[in-house]
Ligand binder design. Sequence first.
Ligand SMILES: [Zn+2]
Length: 432
Amino acid sequence: MIDVLKKYKLNKDTWLEQLAIKIFNDIFELTKDKKGVSRETYGEGETQAINYFIRLARDFGFHVEVDPAANVFFSLKPIKNSRYILTGSHMDSVPMGGNFDGLAGVAAGFLILIYIKKNNINLSVPLKVLALRGEESAWYGRNYIGSKCIFGLIGNDDLNSSHRTNGKKLLTAMKECGVDLDKIRASKCLIDKDNIDVFIELHIEQGPILVDRGWPAAIVTGIRGNNRHHNIICRGSAGHSGTIPRYLRKDAVFAAAELITRMDDHWNTIQQHGGDLVLTSGIFQTDSSHHAMSRIPGEVYFSFESRSQDSATLDALEALLKSECKTIERERGVKFEFDNVIKSYPAELDDGIIKKLLDASTSLNLPSASLPSGAGHDAAIFANSGVKTGMIFVRNDKGSHNPDETMETQDFITALSILKKFIIDYEKTKSV
Ligand SMILES: [Zn+2]
C-alpha cells in the first residue's frame, strides 16, 4: 500500500485529495472531446474510464468482478454469500458533457476502499463499489441501461434502440463491450439482491440549489420520475402564408404552441396547489427540407417531458396532455400523433438511511441539508427494485450535461467524508 502511494507520488497527509484530483484529471485526459468529455454509453470513452479503475484496482490489490452487463464491481476481497454495502454511480457521460457527472460517485467509493485498506479498518459489513454503464439517455434514447440490466429490466425494445447519430443498435454496442446478451434477454436479476444491505449513490447535484444555499453537500430525499415522448407529430396543412385567412388555416406550429402554453398553465396550477412538477419541450422543429418563412407549416415535431416525485401527478399530466390535444384538434383542424411514452418511475429513498446520512453529516459539523433530486439517477432503479437506497449530492456549479460543469475538490471530499462515515459507522447505527 505504501509502495502504491509512493508510486503515485502522494503525500501521506493529503493523499486523498491528491488521488481524487489525479483520478479526475487522468480520466478527463482519457475521455476528453472537442469540448468537455464524451464517454459514450457502451462505447469507447466509457470503457476507457472503466479500464482505468480496473488498472488502479490491480495496483491496490482489489478484487474486480465484471457482471454479464459489463458493469464492474470492486471490493477489498471477494464477497460471496454475505451481505454488503454497495456504493457507486455511472461511468458514461452525455456527448461533450462534464467530467464529474457519474464519475464522482465511482471515484468516491473507490477512494473509500483505498482509505479502508490503508487504515486497516475492519468493516462489520463489507463494501462493494460499482461502476455502472449506460445511465445517460443521450446516446440511445434509453436511460439506466446498466442498472436496469442488473435487475432484469431491459427488454428487446431497449436493445434494439438506435444510436443518436450513426444508427448503430444498442445491442451491437453492448456485445462489443462483452455483454452476455442471452443473460440480459432472460430478464433475470444479475445480482444477489437480498445481500445488498444498502445502495448509496454519491452524485453531483446538477442543479443550482446547493450553490444558492451555500451547502457543500446534501442528502437526497427522493428522485423525480419522468414521462417522456421523444417525438410527437402535429399535422395540419401547409399553405401560402399570405393567401389563407385565419379561419381556414391548419397551422401545425400554432397548434403545438397552444398545446405547450396550455400545459404550462396546468403546470402553474399544479405547482400552486403544492404539486411537484417540471415540464420541458426540448426538441421543437419543422422540417428544414421544406420549411420557409412564407409557408404555413403543415407539420411540427416535438418532444415533451414531464418530471415529478409523484406518480399520480405524472399520470394526471399525461391524461391532460392527451385531452388538450383532442380539444386543439377540434378547434384548429390538426391531428396529433403520439409515440409510446417512456416512463421512469419516481423513487422514494429509505427514511432510515436518509436519517443516518444526515446524522453522519451533522457529526462532521456539516449542515443537516436535504433536498429532492430533480434529475433521474441509477439510485431510482435500485430503490424501485426493493433495495434500501440513499443518495448524497455534491455541490456543483455551472449546471451539468455541459462541458463547463464544475466541482470543487474540497466539496467532493466533504461529500465523500459523509459517505465514509456512514460506511465505517454503519453497523453501529443500523436501525431495525
Ligand atoms: Zn449522472
